[in-house]
Design a protein around this ligand. Sequence first.
Ligand code: SAH
Length: 221
Amino acid sequence: MNSATVNGIGMTSPRTRDRLIQRLADRGIDDYKVLEVMRQTPRHLFVDEALAHRAYEDTALPIGFSQTLSQPYIVARMTQLLLAGGPLKKVLEVGTGSGYQTAVLAQLVEHVYSVERIKPLQLRAKKRLAGLKLYNALCKHSDGGLGWEREGPFDGILSAAAPKKVPAELLQQLASGGRLVMPVGDAGQQELVLVTREGSSFDCQVIEGVNFVPFLSGTVS
Ligand code: SAH
């Protein structure tokens, strides 16, 4: 990928990105590292070319298969919550989607393990991450409800799809001292929750009302 592609021009230019970062800061995102990584990450490469001019608006964008690339504010909020307990070594992400959140995480933690149930999305995301040389993000086509047992336990778990309640497998794969951030609940009444684990005790904190795609079981090839 050449630098013009990565840096962008016109509606994907540095000035356009700066405006988005200012908006995130105005909305209360105050983790400097998260803001800087989001300023540097070329979100326009994670959507269809026809939508690239909207990539630095604070809005969710369609990525096909009835799925969406999350709104930048939500990506920033979830990332900031996940990192608030200190540096993270291993993070499990459920719902790779476009790979944008994966790319943001890969620049802030040691290793990202990301799973996606829709094969064509998973393959596209994998290519984009390789194009950006983010080799510390491993991607897998599988049902995230099962976690990624072989690589666990994880000190961070993040999901961009909302189950009715946090899957037991994910709680099991959360390390003691670890943090899990995900939306839960039915469409129209989802809440973003932060679960922290200490030994066998789990504390669940409700952060805010949100609107995510549903967490579905099984895979699509
Ligand atoms: N962070 C992504 C969000 C994509 S939307 C981005 O910014 O692009 C959420 C994604 O979760 C969708 O791609 C959907 O297919 C996926 N998903 C839903 N349930 C899942 C499950 N059980 N396992 C893996 N992926 C799942």
